[in-house]
Design a protein around this ligand. Sequence first.
Ligand SMILES: Cc1cc2nc3c(=O)[nH]c(=O)nc-3n(C[C@H](O)[C@H](O)[C@H](O)COP(=O)(O)OP(=O)(O)OC[C@H]3O[C@@H](n4cnc5c(N)ncnc54)[C@H](O)[C@@H]3O)c2cc1C
Length: 338
Amino acid sequence: MSKIKEDVIILGGGPAGLLTSYYLKSFGVDALVIEKGKIGQAWREMRDRMVMLSPAVASHDMTSLSFENPIWNFVKLSGPFATKEEFIEYLDKFVKKNKVRVSQGNEVTYVTSNPEGFEVGTNNNSTYVAKVVVVATGVAGNACLPDIPGMKGNKRVVHARNYKGFEAYREKKVLIVGAGNSGAELAVELSGISKVTLVNKHKLKYFSKTNNLSHIRGLSESLLKELIKFKIINLKERVELETIEKGKVSFSDATIDNFDEIIFATGYCANLPKFIDMKVKIAKNGYPNLSATCESVSRKSLYFTGPLAHNSGLCAFIHCFRPIVEPMALDIADKLGH
Ligand SMILES: Cc1cc2nc3c(=O)[nH]c(=O)nc-3n(C[C@H](O)[C@H](O)[C@H](O)COP(=O)(O)OP(=O)(O)OC[C@H]3O[C@@H](n4cnc5c(N)ncnc54)[C@H](O)[C@@H]3O)c2cc1C
């Protein structure tokens, strides 16, 4: 079977991959984005009615992919924070307007070295050859679950990533583990229809006190505080789970309780995508070791962007990785002689 030749292949059609393609195009490089689902698939899989945490207003735009493409020029926003649905509409329109080349429904299954650079294989039996590969597959596929005895195969345990809506939890006793923004949002959403316990191994941290964007914010902060005060949500602070047996949970404060459902809102782990069939140097925190322009220090012409470029001190949010994409694209264009 013939191999499709490309200068640059970008793996993943989420915000980071699409933005990479946009900047490459501005430097004269027409890259191909390969996406296993639809454009912005990781966002499509998040729960309905989710509202973004990053504001999207002219004075404080942390959501648009680039300042030349502000989200409000593409979508009629319903408030200062875009909904998941509005953000997906933005991504679709960004692709159309900027003529980003995306091969959708095409899952990358391997990336290996090849005399011309890299070979990329996909599940629809296509084989590509590229001089440069940019990995932008995000971290949403790496849900982090702690290793607690009784977790494995336990049907009551689910990661927040797989929470699809409150109906399945109606009138149930629910334990939510982890009180970051996801845990707080779920606790608030479920508190009217389920009996919620929220457990966190540290004291809860609120944005209004810390000014840290990753701490509990906005409506979640005020509602959570109120619901805890009313004892509608049962809060266990500085407490950890020790064992789980079906729904029976033993906590580090020597209490035991029974739950119908246990939701782990415990975030996402660093993980080199399994499809990378090459030796790539990884830092202690699990993320690839990268140069200032996001190139792997151990494999030339292999770049990582988005949350995967975390080792250069970035957070997973768009406003954190947005500034590193243009210099990376310029470096790639230089390498290709554009
Ligand atoms: C619950 C939650 C809420 C968040 N809220 C915000 C927020 O409010 N604001 C903000 O800025 N950020 C938020 N984020 C952070 C989020 O990581 C970034 O907004 C952004 O989505 C990262 O972009 P990305 O393109 O690197 O990764 P992703 O958006 O995860 O995109 C990666 C893409 O790669 C595709 N892919 C994966 N594997 C393969 C493969 N083998 N082959 C082909 N394609 C593949 C996926 O389908 C996906 O479309 C949130 C994250 C989570 C989990």
